[in-house]
Ligand binder design. Structure first.
Ligand SMILES: Cc1cc2nc3c(=O)[nH]c(=O)nc-3n(C[C@H](O)[C@H](O)[C@H](O)COP(=O)(O)OP(=O)(O)OC[C@H]3O[C@@H](n4cnc5c(N)ncnc54)[C@H](O)[C@@H]3O)c2cc1C
Ligand SMILES: Cc1cc2nc3c(=O)[nH]c(=O)nc-3n(C[C@H](O)[C@H](O)[C@H](O)COP(=O)(O)O)c2cc1C
Ligand code: SF4
Length: 377
């Protein structure tokens, strides 16, 4: 994720000058236009893809038939590699069919067509809606915001996570093409469910940022990590990232790459325990390059000139910075879930709304919830 797409192309181009046989290149290639340019410019004779074909096994066919907008791009998240280490099998965040090829890759039409309402247009809701529509159900997806994507909207600010941002657009294209009706600026409430009267309701309302009652955390110098993409201009050149999970670490790396002086405060002894085992070592290498880390530091108060912390020796230390990024985690929208639970004959709660987790789980739970509709489960 932290390397350029096509990071090995320059090697192929150099080797080509010295040999008379075809030369191939591989590494982070998932954009058909870039692959075309590599071949057309003669830098390599062949382009290979590994992960891009887990994410989109029919990528070449889609290019050949001008259906590029249906290609789900590999996120370079390394969930596939982490799964291999854990279970010696395959898994792909954006494609739940990977690793289950023996079960077949056909989405069969449901025996009975149902009216399905999906609450929430994050990755989980979008994939659930897409799958349900592929099974022939009538699907309405409502998103309370004016834009789809949920948390993935925040990824647009981080160049190395652009594919996570693009994922929303691709899933939305696939869902619309499969027949899903998408309603923006429409919150799903018990009243709306009553009016729509669906046979099945998939609750994919996600999670909200956790902002504990720490003095100063509501100050003007604080930006919630999820909102960084909207409030970038507020962030000064001296930043403290408060929270060293995956989200905080990736934001800290990006700010460091932009040339800012970045400190990171984390109460635990380790960073990013929520990153997968393949991504985490690469993440930590980037952290080393760009970020001054303070683990074992408990934030007590956010001040205009930094975060007052208590270190492991019990001393109070000011970690300096004129801006603070709050990355202290997420909390499921439980009140919304509880209000909607039981409002339709079939209800499933998926993704962060069920348990704060990952894109992988949101997509997988959405997929399986959609498969269950109309099966009597
Ligand atoms: C900053 C950050 C970075 C992350 N990075 C990664 C990563 O690199 N890899 C990874 O796997 N995971 C990552 N995660 C976690 C991942 O983003 C979430 O697990 C995932 O987005 C959950 O998807 P979801 O569809 O369940 O919910 P969400 O993405 O939260 O989407 C829920 C949607 O529901 C809408 N909604 C809420 N209430 C209603 C309602 N009543 N009616 C209609 N719509 C409603 C919301 O507006 C929102 O659009 C990150 C999380 C954060 C905060
Ligand atoms: C799940 C998975 C398993 C892999 N297994 C092997 C392997 O056994 N041997 C190997 O040389 N490369 C292996 N690779 C590396 C790929 O062949 C490829 O070189 C690498 O993923 C970079 O290409 P990409 O960016 O197109 O994925 C594996 C990659 C993935 C994603
Ligand atoms: S799991 Fe992630 S890195 Fe692996 S193929 Fe799928 S999207 Fe790409």
């Amino acid at each position: 994720m932290f390397k350029d797409h096509g990071c090995n192309v320059y090697l192929a181009a150099e080797i080509k000058k010295h040999v008379k046989i075809p030369v191939a290149t591989i590494g982070g290639l998932n954009d058909p236009a870039q692959m075309e340019e590599i071949i057309a410019s003669g830098k390599a004779d062949i382009v290979y893809m590994a992960r891009a074909l887990l994410a989109a096994p029919f990528l070449p066919n889609k290019v050949m038939s001008n259906r590029g907008e249906e290609i789900v791009r590999c996120l370079r998240c390394f969930t596939c590699m982490a799964e291999r280490a854990a279970t010696a099998t395959r898994r792909c965040t954006v494609n739940p069919l990977i690793g289950r090829e023996m079960e077949g890759d056909t989405i069969y039409p449901a025996p009975e067509k149902k009216k399905v309402l999906v609450a929430g247009g994050g990755p989980g809701g979008l994939y659930a809606a897409y799958t349900a529509a592929r099974r022939g159900h009538q699907v309405i997806l409502c998103e309370k915001d004016g834009e789809l994507g949920g948390i993935l909207k925040s990824e647009q600010a981080l160049p190395f996570k652009q594919e996570m941002y693009q994922l929303t657009g691709t899933y939305a294209n696939l869902a619309r093409k499969a027949g899903v009706e998408i309603r923006l600026n429409t919150a799903v409430t018990p009243e709306l469910v009553e009016a729509v009267a669906p046979d099945a309701l998939i609750i994919a309302v996600g999670s909200a940022p956790l902002v504990p009652p720490i003095p100063g955390l509501d100050g003007d110098n604080v930006v919630i990590v999820n909102n960084y993409y909207k409030e970038k201009d507020k962030v000064t050149d001296d930043v403290v990232v408060f929270g060293g999970g995956l989200a905080g670490c990736e934001c800290a790396i990006h700010l460091g790459q932009e040339g800012k002086r970045v400190h990171l405060v984390e109460m635990r002894a380790t960073l990013a325990p929520d990153a997968n085992v393949r991504h985490r070592p690469l993440l930590l290498k980037e952290i080393e390059k760009f970020v001054t880390v303070h683990t074992g530091y408990k934030g007590l108060e956010v001040r205009p000139d930094g975060i007052l912390c208590e270190n492991q020796a019990g001393e109070q230390v000011l970690v300096p910075g004129t801006s603070v990024i709050c990355a202290l985690g997420q909390r499921s929208r439980t009140a919304d879930v509880e209000a909607l639970r039981g409002t339709a004959p079939f209800v499933r709660i998926i993704g962060d709304a069920a348990k704060v987790s990952t894109i992988t789980n949101a997509v997988y739970w959405g997929y399986h919830a959609a498969l269950d509709i109309g099966t009597g489960i």
